[in-house]
Write a protein that binds this ligand. Structure first.
Ligand SMILES: [Zn+2]
Length: 216
């Protein structure tokens, strides 16, 4: 009996609300719902971005970590876990505030033959790569995510042909020049335990790369 009285009271209160009051209330609710949804959505988005950023960022190992000196082993066709990791690394590169050219699996302490390289502004996953050097040797100014605060010139082939498995396990071939050729050579060196500090040129040549040089 009390329940009926209560429902009746609420209903009559709603009926008593004038048309303009009702419209005004609807407008307010609608406005704040969109504000709240917007805040919630952007919060989720930034949390997702910062999680993918920080998890890879925190995984990066620096010298003298022994994994950086290991000979990495080939990735097997059914290694879904490694493909997943490479996809996270690709997101990390693409979302990076500072320009980054590439990142290899040994740099996140996984001694397997795979890396991600920025090609045409896109992070491309390359597994089990093989390189053929097709250009003349030129100096390249490089930095490395695993060697903080060190930049220097190393000799690189000005062009390469690279074969690799993509994330769908399709064998692909790319011909790359200049910066993109340097990036895949730098990352491929990581798979063989070779770092830029092993091959820094004694004298800085005149050829200088862009000031916004990406890290690799
Ligand atoms: Zn590096």
């Amino acid at each position: 009996m009390h329940l009926y009285v209560l429902i009746y009271a609420i209903m009559s209160k709603a009926y008593l609300m004038s048309g303009t009051e009702y419209e005004w209330m609807k407008k307010i609710v609608r406005r704040y719902i969109f504000v709240l949804l917007g805040v919630a959505a952007s919060g989720l988005f930034y949390t997702a971005v910062s999680l993918s950023q920080s998890s890879i960022e925190e995984m990066i190992v620096v010298v003298p970590h022994p994994v950086l000196r290991q000979q990495a082993v080939p990735i097997l066709a059914d290694d879904e876990e490694t493909v997943q990791l490479l996809q996270e690394m690709a997101e990390y590169l693409e979302d990076s505030v500072l320009p980054k050219g590439g990142i290899s699996l040994p740099q996140v302490a996984v001694a397997k033959r795979g890396f991600v390289a920025m090609i045409d502004d896109e992070a491309v996953i390359m597994m089990n790569p093989s390189l053929v050097f097709t250009g003349e040797e030129v100096p390249s100014l490089e930095g490395c995510l695993s060697i903080p605060r060190t930049f220097g010139y190393v000799n690189r082939s000005a062009a390469v042909t690279i074969e690799y498995h993509d994330e769908d396990w399709i064998r692909k071939t790319l011909h790359l020049e200049d910066l993109e050729a340097f990036i895949v050579q730098h990352e491929n060196d990581h798979l063989n335990g070779i770092l830029i500090i092993d091959k820094l040129l004694a004298e800085a040549p005149e050829r200088v790369r862009d000031i916004n040089m990406p890290l690799e």
